[in-house]
Design a protein around this ligand. Structure first.
Ligand SMILES: CC(C)(COP(=O)(O)OP(=O)(O)OC[C@H]1O[C@@H](n2cnc3c(N)ncnc32)[C@H](O)[C@@H]1O)[C@@H](O)C(=O)NCCC(=O)NCCS
Ligand SMILES: Nc1ncnc2c1ncn2[C@@H]1O[C@H](COP(=O)(O)OP(=O)(O)OP(=O)(O)O)[C@@H](O)[C@H]1O
Length: 198
């Protein structure tokens, strides 16, 4: 039975970077942001978004993600509505993806909101990636060419590191790539030994 390893962490903590490092060790990875973005281009999902948010978040009939994020990250009710549209689509897509990876010993399920969305319940182990707040903010500003305020808007809709770490099996300290790589090797060794003994 494939073990699902949940991979979470606040925005800019380095989840995607950690996931790609696991992939370099041959572990299949499922990145929810990427899959959600693709699913949000489907007519079924777009129709639901248009019904819930009207045409103001569309430009030339194309979803304007920036406009949508300005609404939802400043209005918890709106975010809940958007999550209720997107998350079920991601969950169904993931189940199909998982069925195609049924021969794998482990897979990584990456989600910034693993706990907030409740999908931690489907995981056998949970990794939380942490990094100092200021480093995370600077990383996202650099990566997304965005503003401090917009990064903080997202952070206020996410649990903090302590809340996530208290419910996680493993913590990866991603203050440096060296620490990140070391953390991953340790976790992989632990999981493989545990799997052999089970
Ligand atoms: C609001 C949207 C359109 C903004 O899109 P954008 O391309 O700017 O951001 P992207 O999706 O790449 O997310 C970037 C980061 O924002 C944060 N974030 C995204 N969604 C959420 C959320 N529902 N709650 C809290 N933080 C979130 C995460 O740290 C994520 O890694 C998009 O984030 C969205 O549709 N979110 C709701 C659906 C969702 O939860 N997707 C994420 C995984 S399923
Ligand atoms: N140890 C590190 N040293 C330097 N830069 C890093 C490190 N880890 C990640 N980064 C960079 O910081 C940025 C954020 O990393 P990443 O995208 O992996 O975070 P994330 O947790 O997936 O963020 P999000 O929640 O927005 O998806 C990226 O540009 C990445 O290249």
């Amino acid at each position: 039975m494939t073990k699902i390893i949940g991979l979470t962490g606040g925005i800019g903590s380095g989840k995607t970077t950690v996931a790609n490092e696991f992939a370099s060790h041959g572990i299949p990875i499922y990145i929810t942001d990427l899959e959600a973005k693709k699913l949000m281009q489907s007519d079924v999902v777009l129709k639901k978004i248009r019904e819930a948010f009207d045409d103001s978040v569309f430009e030339n009939d194309v979803l304007n993600r920036e406009k949508l994020s300005e609404i939802v990250f400043n209005n918890p009710e709106s975010l809940k509505i958007l999550n209720s549209i997107v998350h079920p689509a991601v969950k169904e897509h993931f189940q199909n993806w998982l069925a195609k990876h049924s021969k794998e010993q482990f897979i990584i399920y990456e989600s910034a909101i693993l706990f907030e969305s409740g999908s931690y319940k489907d995981c056998d182990f949970i990794i939380n990636v942490i990094a100092p707040l200021e480093i995370r903010i600077q990383r996202v500003i650099l990566r997304d060419k965005t503003t401090r305020e917009k990064v903080l808007d997202r952070m206020k809709n996410q649990w903090n590191d302590e809340e996530k770490s208290s419910k996680s099996d493993f913590i990866i300290d991603n203050t440096s790539m060296k620490a990140l790589k070391l953390g991953i090797v340790k976790i992989l060794n632990f999981l493989r030994i545990k799997q052999m003994n089970s």
